[in-house]
Write a protein that binds this ligand. Structure first.
Ligand SMILES: NC(=O)c1ccc[n+]([C@@H]2O[C@H](COP(=O)([O-])OP(=O)(O)OC[C@H]3O[C@@H](n4cnc5c(N)ncnc54)[C@H](OP(=O)(O)O)[C@@H]3O)[C@@H](O)[C@H]2O)c1
Length: 322
């Protein structure tokens, strides 16, 4: 099969489009012929400096397609089923193998392109807001990186839950485009101090829930924007500057909480998250939630697609099509 591979991590230039051996499904696993690959925020970070599991390495968490073969003991799927799949790597290819516990049926009528974008971004957004953020109607939430995959999902969910929705992005234009999804107040962090602006917009209270997928120095500042009893969820390092040290001394006097979140942990260690993700897929299929797709590239142009995302022009998801 063809795959977008790399031998060393680094800039998008590391990608090579090469022939690699077809994977084959072991017990309990599915071989999927990929139709659409969603480039996740974590894919660009892994390409930049993640672990290489093999040389060449095939990056990528998430892809949708049709089952071409099944391993022994597969009982929930059959050849020909349409599925969206999640794995620690392997999405940037024509085929991938995943355990059946990391695949979800795609409902009839839901396009593979849309399905490809759902599990990680929508599952993460839902868990950050509700399972770990305990967001309540009439509370306020600040969603960082609002124009990203997690952000565009979280804005819709928070609005539908009856919350006041604040989000950050790097330009006024990006914030304007978030309004139809449910954004109440946008904060352009390139021109505004998001802590001061968050406090101004909440009459000094701060945000009840903050979803911080930016990390680095941003995370420390998020703690300063929390309300009394506020909950901050640290979910990512989109800033490309991991948080090295954090001063949590402001949390205790204000009964605040900082929680780390990794969807993979809940998918690996229990069954709740699998069902929660299935509900997000159903919500998109039913039209209650919307996948935001910016544009598609051919798989052979993976380098160009990653470059486009890192140029900060992508709004929502960018897809690769094998
Ligand atoms: N823990 C988990 O389970 C989990 C699950 C999903 C995602 N994540 C993490 O959450 C983060 C966001 O994921 P995503 O899929 O929403 O990513 P994405 O769609 O690629 O969006 C990332 C956003 O980050 C913003 N950003 C801020 N600083 C940036 C920088 N230096 N370079 C590039 N973008 C920057 C960009 O918006 P502006 O230009 O408007 O700032 C961009 O829209 C990633 O770090 C990802 O690894 C974690």
């Amino acid at each position: 099969m063809k795959a977008a591979v790399y031998y060393e991590t680094g800039s998008p230039d590391v990608f090579r489009y090469e022939d690699v051996p077809d994977p084959s499904p072991g017990p309990g696993a599915l071989l999927v012929a990929i139709e659409a690959i969603s480039i996740e925020g974590g894919d660009t970070l892994n390409r930049l400096g993640g672990e290489l599991t093999a040389r060449p390495h095939i990056v990528g968490y998430q892809a949708a397609g049709t089952i071409a073969d099944v391993g022994a003991g597969v009982d929930r799927f059959a050849i020909g089923d349409r599925v969206v799949t999640v794995g620690l790597n392997g999405s940037h290819a024509e085929k991938r193998v995943v355990a059946q516990s990391f695949a979800w049926h795609i409902p009839d009528g839901l396009a593979s392109n849309d399905a490809a974008c759902i599990p990680v971004a929508f599952g993460t957004a839902h868990d950050c807001l509700f399972e770990f953020g305990r967001l309540q109607p009439n509370e306020s939430v600040l969603i960082h990186a609002g124009a990203g995959g997690v952000g565009t999902a979280a804005i819709q969910m928070a609005k539908q839950a009856g919350a006041r929705v604040l989000a950050t992005a790097s330009s006024d234009d990006r914030l304007e485009r978030l309004k139809p999804l449910g954004l109440d107040d946008g904060i352009n962090y390139a021109t505004q101090d998001f802590v001061a602006e968050c406090r101004r917009l909440t009459d000094g209270r701060g945000a009840d829930v903050i979803v911080d997928s930016v990390g680095g120095a941003n995370l420390q500042r998020s703690l300063a924007a929390l309300a009394y009893r506020g909950r901050c969820i640290s979910v990512g390092d989109a800033s490309r500057t991991p948080t090295s040290a954090l001063d949590i001394s402001s949390l205790r006097p204000n009964n605040q909480t900082l929680t780390g979140y990794f969807l993979g942990a809940d998918l690996f260690l229990g069954t709740r998250a699998y069902g929660m993700v299935a509900e997000q897929i159903d919500a998109v299929a039913a039209g209650r939630l919307q996948v935001v797709i910016d544009r598609t590239f051919a798989l052979a142009d993976a380098a160009e697609a990653h470059r486009y995302i890192e140029s900060r022009r992508a709004f929502g998801r960018v897809l690769l099509i094998p």
